[in-house]
Every structure is written in C-alpha cells, then in structure tokens.
Design a protein around this ligand. Structure first.
Ligand code: NAD
Ligand code: IPM
Ligand code: MN
Length: 346
C-alpha cells in the first residue's frame, strides 16, 4: 500500500501524551507512514517567540495530512497559540469543514440515562474559516471605564455555500438523510438571513434530504433532551464549537470526541485532532484518555481513502469501550493506547 506522509504537531499539555498513543495505533494499522514532528506550541513560543513561522506553514502544505494534539498553555496569554497557531493553520490550509461526529458507542455511559446508541448518532459540520473566529473588530479606550470592544462575525456567500453544500452531500450519504441548520436567525438577522437563504437554495438541489432549522439555544436543549432529532447538523464556527462540547458530553465525555479540519477541495492537507484541549489540570499525569485522538486517526485514514483501515481502528475502539464497562478504572493513557493498539494489530 502507499506511503502516507504525515506531519505531527503534538503541541502542549496532554496533546503530546495522546498523540503518542494515536501514532502507536496508526503504526499498528500496517500502512506505511512517514512522520515528521513539529515542535510548535508553548515551549517554542517561549524559546523563540515563534508560533507558526511562514516557512513551517509552507512546509506543512506538502504533507498528505496533519495530526495535531492540542495547543494552549497557562504560561502563554490566551489567544496567542489558539489564534496564531491553531486557527492560522485552519484558515491558511482552508479547513472550511470542521467535521465533528457525535456518536454514542455501545457500552459507553451517557449522562442522558436512557439514551441508546441509535439515539445519539450525528455529525456536526462546523464552518471552520469564518464567523466570529475571523478576528475582525477592535477595541477603543482600552482599560478605561469607557472601553468599547467589538468582535464581528464574518460570513461570506462563498464561505457559507461551500460548507452547506458539503453538509448536504454528507446528509444524502447517510440512512436518515436529514440535515438541520443551526443558527440564531431571530437575532443575528444579517448573518442568519444569509445562512438561511443559502441553505434553502442549495436544498432545492437535494429533494431527498429532509431539512430542518433550529435556533442554537433550542438546539443546545435538544442535544440533551432529544438528541435523536439530529442526523447531520450544519452551523457556524462558534455555534459549532459550543455544540460539539455538549455533543462530547452526551456521547461519553470529551476524552472520546474526535474531529477533522477538512479541506474538501484538497488544495492543502487536512488536519485531524481531538476536540479537547491541552488539559493543564491533568497534563503529565498519564490520566488523559487518548481515545479521541485514536478516533481522529481513524478519520484521517478515511480521509486518505483507507476506509478499511479506518474501520479497523474504529472497531478496535468500539471493542475497547465495551470492555470499559468492567475494566476501565485506573488505566493510564499508555495502557489504553496499548490495549487499542493490540486490538488493531491482532
Ligand atoms: P480542555 O479540553 O483542555 O479541558 C476541559 C476539561 O476536560 C478538563 O477538566 C480536562 O482535564 C478534561 N479533559 C480534556 N481532555 C481530556 C482527555 N483526553 N481525557 C480526560 N480528560 C480530559 O479545555 P480547557 O480547559 O477549556 O482548555 C485548556 C487549554 O486548551 C486552553 O489553553 C485552550 O485554549 C486550549 N484548547 C485547545 C484546543 C485545541 O488545541 N484544539 C481545544 C480546546 C481548548
Ligand atoms: C476547539 C477549540 C478551538 C476552537 C480553540 C482552541 C481555538 O476550542 O478546537 O474546539 O475554538 O475551535
Ligand atoms: Mn472547542
């Protein structure tokens, strides 16, 4: 089989710990992988002042895919690594689809007591390059009682249409063929109107897809009260960020939630990462669950056309999760990684 050229950005905190396990599993799949590790993150920032030098960004463009752990550290001011490293990668590599499955595996405990795996099985298609993340806005009279801070949501017809189209394609490929637009059209009348019009217009091309609309506040409620309402969801950058942490919670916890920052046009490599952050509260203790990263590796394999390999990794995780009903307590990051690796290999 072919050789995958993979760039690895372990990042900060538990990012480095979970990526080690993800790579172990990837190696066990048996596909030839050539990895190059990049030391981007808090340490490099402190040593050199660099977050993501242009030369590194250009080099990253040459890989088949990127695996990222997490970035962010209490010793670095908020936003420096998040914006100038992580978001810069998503924006510059045109990751306009942030794909976040919310799926309850059999045997996994959910805070929604009686929910079954068939009730929680959705995909959130989060826009990845625009919205409130665009970074436009500004501050006046900073530090005074008259300070004014604005932060604008940028929405372009091009940007909205391409992610909406992707979501319709996703929906039509699933058994339920249902797509829900989540926004806040009752208040965000400019951006919401643009999203709603494009959603309706593109929907005309997909008569077999059942469409629905839900305000983001109500959607948050339905995530915990009636998750079975949802199949595929398409939403903007910030709503998708918040909804997918709720999604992680209902599907067994943030340690299980995988994601892909996808460039569907393949003009640059896509980047796969757990939904969670660097978790400074448990970093260095061997307590982080590497499962989200391992499932992100499965998404990476799928993206590279290795569907069978992806399925093997997902099955190994599913089998491990069933076992956790009895044998979970006390396993370290390495032990979970080893157990899943053994299943993939065996
Ligand atoms: P977080 O996801 O790092 O942690 C939230 C809580 O979940 C913590 O209690 C943590 O211990 C727990 N947790 C997270 N991952 C876990 C895992 N794999 N196994 C077990 N428990 C896990 O979110 P936060 O605390 O809001 O942010 C910490 C830092 O990470 C910040 O700097 C933030 O900006 C950054 N962050 C980065 C990313 C990313 O790189 N994609 C995502 C989210 C947050
Ligand atoms: C995530 C994170 C990031 C986001 C931050 C760290 C920029 O919360 O991947 O969900 O908001 O997208
Ligand atoms: Mn988030």
């Amino acid at each position: 089989s072919r050789n995958i050229r993979l760039a690895v950005i372990p990042g900060d905190g538990i990012g480095t710990e979970v990526v080690t396990e993800g790579l172990k599993v990837l190696e066990a799949v048996g596909t030839k992988v050539e990895t190059t590790t990049y030391d981007l993150g808090a340490k490099r920032y402190h040593e050199t002042g660099e977050t993501l030098p242009d030369s590194v960004l250009d080099e990253l463009r040459g890989y088949d895919a990127i695996l990222l752990g997490a970035v962010g550290d209490p010793s670095v001011p908020p936003g420096v690594l998040e914006r100038d490293l992580l978001l810069k990668l998503r924006f510059q590599l045109d990751h306009y689809v942030n794909l976040r499955p919310v799926k309850l595996f059999p045997g996994v405990e959910t805070p929604l007591g009686k929910a079954r795996p068939e009730d929680i099985d959705m995909i959130v298609v989060r826009e990845g390059t625009e919205g409130l993340y665009a970074g436009t806005g500004g501050v006046m009279r900073r530090g005074t009682p008259h300070e004014i801070a604005t932060q604008e949501s940028l929405n372009t017809a091009h940007g909205v249409e391409r992610v909406v189209r992707y979501a319709f394609e996703k929906a039509i490929g699933r058994p339920r063929k249902k797509l829900t637009l989540v926004h806040k059209t009752n208040v965000l009348t400019y951006a919401g109107d643009l999203w709603a019009r494009i959603f309706d217009r593109v929907g005309l091309e997909y008569p077999d897809v059942e469409t629905d609309y839900c305000h983001v506040d109500a959607a948050s409620m339905f995530f915990v009260s009636q998750p079975e309402r949802f199949d595929v969801i398409v939403t903007d950058n910030l709503f998708g960020d918040i909804l997918t942490d709720i999604g992680a919670a209902i599907a067994g916890g943030i340690g299980l939630a995988a994601s892909g920052n996808v460039n569907p046009d393949r003009t640059a490599p896509s980047m796969f990462e757990p939904v969670h952050g660097s978790a400074p509260d448990i970093a260095g203790k061997g307590k982080a669950d590497p499962t989200a990263t391992i499932l992100s590796v499965a998404m990476l394999l799928e993206h590279l056309g290795l569907a069978q390999e992806a399925a093997r990794v997902e099955q190994a995780v599913a089998d491990d999760l069933v076992e956790r009903l009895t044998g979970w307590a006390g396993r370290t990051t390495h032990e979970i990684g080893d157990d899943i690796t053994a299943r993939v290999a065996g």
